[in-house]
Design a protein around this ligand. Structure first.
Ligand code: KIV
Ligand code: ZN
Length: 393
């Protein structure tokens, strides 16, 4: 197995002295925060199909939805909770009795309850004092625990909250019985160093810490990893990084980084990552960008002559890991940047083995000229060019 922590001198040195966990829990919120992506609305059957596949993938916890938000959502969470999957099924609930009762009614294993703590939310949204918020959080946690259900507690907008107050809220949450506390970077303002600092501070007093990073500045995955470096044991993620605004930390990116860079285990079967990405793309109708890390169509594609030549000689020259490890495949793309080695390989792949030097030169010229016209050269284009050249030269 590729393991950069062991094989890369720079990473090895950089991680020296850190006490990394052996294992990180993957809390998937594709069906809750991911479904909050503008324009996305899944039917009960679609949610069930995704839940079954997330379970096969090996995530530890599936946040199936927010039951109070609609009757369809309630039905979906209840159905998923009844499937007896290996993953723990979780429902979201504000720290209010009505939400919690609805979640309990779904028969879930875990309730993720939250209340905002930042000055902005206290003043403009909740219109509550610091003390009232603590009281609400404690009451909600105690109420859930009375029903024998696991509690995950989030201080919404934690990363824009005064740190001493945040510590107090979380400590009271743990005293009230919260099994794990989650730290949401609700509008994605954290940077990795700040995340590391915050989680280290919280770790001084609390053991079970989770992170929930949003991607407004494109730092959700980096922040999630910084949290793990500081001792977080669980990451909230979504398939394809779906979520409100810039989305959430992408499951496939967090998991592959943990496995192949840090050597930290999760239960996720990485070879299934591409399949789940495609399923979620199809059902949500949110297209995965081609250059998306790990699951994008270009994640293991090579066009430039230098790169294609390198990869054909030894795949790791221009690939961080073999594509099969994440269920992907290598694609050699022909275009104006293509070199002769890639064209030779493509011709072989298409079954053309008897091409002479002169024909080959002409084929290369035509492929590049098609590329120069701004076209991505497909296998069909190559076949047409070859047939024409073989016929004429
Ligand atoms: O981003 C956020 O703050 C959330 C909470 C509900 C935890 O999704
Ligand atoms: Zn969120």
């Amino acid at each position: 197995m590729i393991l950069y922590k062991e094989e890369n001198e720079i990473i090895k040195e950089a991680l020296k002295g850190l006490k990394l966990p052996d294992r990180v829990y993957i809390f998937d919120t594709t069906l809750r925060d991911g479904e909050q992506t503008p324009g996305v609305s899944l039917t009960v059957d679609e949610k069930v199909e995704i839940a079954i596949n997330l379970d096969k993938l090996g995530v530890d916890i599936i946040e199936a939805g927010f039951p109070i938000s609609s009757s369809g959502e309630y039905e979906a969470v209840k159905k998923i909770a009844s499937l007896n999957l290996d993953a723990e099924i979780c429902a979201l609930a504000r720290a209010v009795k009505e939400d919690i009762d609805r979640a309990i009614d779904c028969g879930v294993d875990r309730i993720h309850t939250f209340i905002a703590t930042s000055p902005l939310h206290r003043k403009y949204k909740l219109k509550m004092s610091k003390e009232e918020i603590v009281e609400k959080a404690v009451n909600a946690i105690e109420y859930i625990k009375e029903h024998g259900i696991k509690v995950e507690f989030s201080a919404e907008d934690a990363t824009r909250t005064e740190i001493d107050y945040l510590k107090e809220v979380y400590k009271k949450a743990v005293e009230a019985g919260a099994d794990i506390i989650n730290v949401p970077d609700t509008v994605g303002v954290m940077i990795p160093r700040a995340t590391y600092y915050l989680i280290s501070e919280l770790r001084k007093e609390i053991d079970n810490i989770s992170v929930h990073c949003h991607n407004d500045f494109g730092l959700a995955v980096a922040n999630s990893l910084a949290a793990v470096e500081a001792g977080a044991i669980q990451c909230h993620v979504t398939v394809n990084g779906l979520g409100e605004r810039g989305g959430n930390a992408a499951l496939e990116e967090v998991v592959t980084s943990l496995h192949f860079i840090y050597g930290i285990k999760t239960k996720v079967k990485t070879e299934e990552l591409y399949n789940i990405s495609k399923l979620v793309e199809k059902l949500t109708e949110v297209k995965v960008q081609p250059n998306k890390a790990v699951v994008g169509d270009n994640a293991f594609a090579h066009e430039s002559g230098i790169h294609a030549h390198g990869v054909l000689a030894h795949a790791l020259t221009y690939e961080p890991i073999p594509p099969e490890l994440v269920g992907q495949r290598r694609r050699i793309i022909l275009g104006k940047h293509t070199g002769t080695h890639a064209i030779e390989a493509k011709l072989k792949e298409l079954g053309y083995t008897n091409i002479n030097k002169e024909q080959f030169k002409e084929i290369v010229k035509r492929i590049k000229s098609l590329g120069d016209k701004g076209k991505r050269v497909t296998d069909k284009d190559v076949e047409a060019i070859v047939e024409d050249v073989i016929g004429r030269v």
